[in-house]
Design a protein around this ligand. Structure first.
Ligand SMILES: Nc1ncnc2c1ncn2[C@@H]1O[C@H](COP(=O)(O)OP(=O)(O)OP(=O)(O)O)[C@@H](O)[C@H]1O
Ligand SMILES: [Mg+2]
Length: 229
């Protein structure tokens, strides 16, 4: 399968109060392939969020290049990267950030509006909630749902505008392993049904088996890449 996103020698430094630079990423090389579930594993502080923010065009590397479908987006303007995020990417975070005053359906429909989705909003919102198994919860408020259900609404919201890729930063961190596994399976289903590519970070060793490729990061360095059959 073809490379969809390629990182070449990505370094990210943060200026510390003492004037020294802290290197959170020390020359990362990796490839994200289309239609795969890529898992990024590593301990707290290893650099997962920093790396996902660069992959998702939310942050710029200090040096190195990011090829997104063969275009080097590290040279793009903020405006170009904003457009890329809005139309081609979807994001899921550790803490679910649903709009509390909106039902599950309204949360997804709102995301469709923000993305300027041109199709039938009602149909697409219902379809996405169905894909994450929440067809019977469309009219529930976030506070009436479990953490796992809320995270599934967040996934429906991330996929609804038909992005090419979803980045999920520890989406299972606040869930037990079984619920986390269910969330990972939903990502696999979305890959099969929607042809999307998914990159997920986690530190839960019980969730690795579903990844097509598992990258391991430690102290800002890639220490392993494993392809599973
Ligand atoms: N804005 C920043 N300024 C200074 N240091 C930072 C900044 N952001 C991250 N770091 C440092 O970079 C390292 C990697 O942080 P990062 O958030 O990427 O880790 P992580 O793997 O996502 O950890 P966790 O599992 O706890 O979320 C950490 O040592 C962190 O303290
Ligand atoms: Mg993190």
């Amino acid at each position: 399968m073809s490379a969809f996103i390629t990182l070449k020698d990505i370094r990210k430094g943060f200026e510390m109060p003492d004037g020294e630079t802290f290197w959170a990423l020390k020359g990362i090389n990796m490839e994200i392939r289309k239609g795969e579930l890529t898992i990024l594993r590593g301990r707290s502080g290893s650099g997962k969020t920093t790396l996902l923010n660069i992959l998702g065009a939310l942050d710029q590397p200090t040096s190195g290049s990011i090829l997104y479908e063969d275009e080097d987006i590290s040279t793009w303007t903020d405006e170009q990267r904003e457009q890329l995020r809005r139309f081609q990417m979807g994001f899921v975070f550790q803490s679910v950030a649903l709009v509390p005053m909106m039902t599950a359906y309204e949360n997804v429909e709102f995301a469709l509006r923000l993305a300027g989705f041109e199709g039938d909003h009602a149909k697409r919102a219902a379809e996405c909630l169905h894909m994450v198994g929440l067809q019977s919860r469309m009219d529930h408020m976030p506070e009436e749902m479990s953490g796992g259900e809320q995270q599934r609404v967040a996934i429906a919201r991330a996929i609804c505008h038909k992005p090419k890729v979803i980045f999920a930063d520890e989406p299972t961190a606040e869930l037990d392993t079984n619920t986390g596994l269910m969330v990972m399976k939903i990502f696999k289903d979305l890959i099969a049904q929607e042809g999307v590519t998914v990159v997920v970070s986690t530190h839960d060793p019980g969730l690795m088996e579903l990844g097509d490729t598992v990258y391991e990061i430690e102290a800002g360095e890639m220490i392993g890449a494993e392809e599973q059959s």
